[in-house]
Design a protein around this ligand. Structure first.
Ligand SMILES: Nc1ncnc2c1ncn2[C@@H]1O[C@H](COP(=O)(O)OP(=O)(O)O)[C@@H](O)[C@H]1O
Ligand SMILES: [Mg+2]
Length: 471
């Protein structure tokens, strides 16, 4: 029996005629080895096939040799689904993914930090190229790969995949890496600090890193964006007496230390991340802290106490040169400076550099911490206009190193409405709109256009890990 792509006029015909009737049997998968419409938490897969029969199917957190198959309508461009396939393969730790709309068939293989396309053909060619497909993802070939897969498993920490073997592997990996703290800082407001902080934290946590996100801006936008401000009335405010201020304040009470303050983000990202919330009262209370120089380095010291609990700490900072900015930068090993690269923002870069070279360097020396490493200026909120990207953007980028003598990051974050929509998402409850913010990576599942932004944050996460030598 051969396959004719003309027979597939919709998604369900791609599923039945190409996958169920043709590919799965030709690749050696008997009906007891594959499942249709498999769900894990928020992930819904079209097909999951295993090299060994698994009846009944129970996901035990083990790593069966499996292939994940996603079928799309013939009119759909497969490019827009690659991001989602990457997310599925990485979250579930599955090695191969097949993506098809009947007209085109692609196979992707998961590598340590990304996925690579390893095969592509048109629907018409599938009959003649079946041997190549079999060699990659046929049941026999997958079984032979067993040893290889177990020895190369990436250290993703995901509650779906923590088998005994893998969790041991993960622990070894963690002990080798010491916790790294990154401040996301620019002296100017509105450049995307909060947007970068929350979504970078989400992307790193999806890569299996244990992330702590600290909000030290009185605007508390990160606290809001991670779903921790759902209350409508002051009397329900559960953050007033438990927030980042208390870490800077003193060491008298339990709530003066990270474990006494930290909260899990709420319906923000899978996996959720640990957050130190901020509060509007930080503005009024700064005066109480200013008299004590210890308030500038207490955060740094308290982070030292949890260094075996987290891999990466991200600090979202205020657009100022105040005590809170000093506390954040004193605690940070690395600095990312998001900037729209416009003239006004660039002028702020000079004071960022001076602030770091003078005040921060002095406080760091006082507590015996090495100087902050500037990871780079991160182009953020960059217009997607092609003329801008071709001409002005290139010039803007070159100014960063030439005029300001600062490194530029390879990644960039484009200006896309999805990035503000995901933070301001709500759900209705009676007459009220309850905030329901999402990370761009989880929001992208609902709005396919958001995939590009999600992919930009995944690329940023990879660059950050690479620069901190934490791969
Ligand atoms: N890349 C982007 N694309 C579109 N809107 C963005 C982007 N980054 C930030 N924004 C929006 O711009 C505003 C300021 O961003 P924010 O991250 O809060 O900046 P900051 O923390 O530096 O003040 C917010 O409304 C946010 O939703
Ligand atoms: Mg902000």
């Amino acid at each position: 029996m051969s396959f004719d792509p003309e027979l597939c006029r919709n998604e369900s015909e791609v599923e039945s005629k190409l996958i169920v009737q043709y590919l799965l049997p030709k690749l050696g998968y008997s009906p007891d080895t594959w499942y249709q419409e498999v769900s894990f938490e928020s992930i819904r897969l079209d097909f999951l096939a295993f090299a060994k029969p698994v009846v009944p199917f129970v996901w035990e957190g083990n790593l069966p040799l499996s292939i994940l198959i996603e079928a799309k309508h013939p009119s759909i461009n497969l490019n827009i689904h690659v991001h989602r396939l990457r997310h599925y393969l990485k979250s579930l730790n599955v090695r191969y993914g097949l993506l098809t709309n009947g007209k085109e068939i692609r196979i992707y293989e998961s590598s340590k930090y990304d996925i690579q396309q390893v095969f592509q053909c048109s629907g018409k060619e599938v009959n003649t190229r079946l041997d190549e497909i079999k060699a990659l993802i046929g049941r026999d070939s997958l079984q032979q790969e067993k040893t290889k897969i177990y020895s190369e498993i990436s250290p993703l920490q995901n509650n779906l995949i923590l088998s005994k073997d893998i969790s041991n592997h993960t622990c070894t990996e963690k002990r080798q890496n010491t916790m790294k703290t990154i401040a996301i800082y620019h002296h100017k407001g509105g450049v995307g600090k909060t947007t970068v902080s929350v979504n970078l934290a989400a992307a790193l946590s999806k890569r299996g890193k244990r992330v702590l996100l600290i909000d030290i801006d009185a605007q508390a936008n990160t606290t809001f964006a991670t779903g921790l401000i759902k209350f409508q009335f002051d009397e329900d405010d559960n953050l007033k007496n438990r927030n980042v201020y208390h870490l800077l304040e003193s060491t008298k009470y339990e709530h003066n230390f990270i474990p006494g303050i930290v909260k899990k983000s709420h319906c923000f990202n899978q996996p959720e991340i640990d957050v130190i919330p901020s509060h509007i009262s930080l503005i009024a209370r700064q005066q109480e802290l200013i008299t004590s120089s210890a308030s500038r380095w207490r955060l740094s010291k308290k982070l030292d106490q949890v260094k075996s609990d987290y891999d990466i700490v991200i600090i979202d900072t205020p657009p100022s040169l105040d005590l809170y900015a000093q506390a954040a930068l004193t605690a940070a090993d690395y600095l990312i400076i998001p900037s729209d690269l416009k003239s006004f923002s660039n002028q702020g870069l000079v004071s960022v550099k001076n602030f770091i070279a003078q005040e921060i360097a002095e406080t760091k020396e006082g507590v015996g911490k090495p100087d902050i490493i500037i990871m780079g200026v991160l182009p953020s909120k960059i217009s997607t206009n092609s003329q801008y990207l071709k001409h002005t953007y290139i010039k803007h980028k070159s100014l960063i190193s030439e005029r300001y003598n600062l490194p530029l990051m390879d990644s960039m974050i484009s200006e896309r409405t999805a990035l503000s929509k995901c933070i301001h998402k709500t759900f209705p409850m009676g007459n009220l709109d309850i905030p329901d913010p999402k990370s761009i990576l989880d929001y992208a599942k609902k709005e396919p256009e958001a995939n590009v932004s999600a992919a930009e944050f995944e690329a940023l996460a990879m660059e950050v890990l690479e620069k901190m030598e934490m791969q």
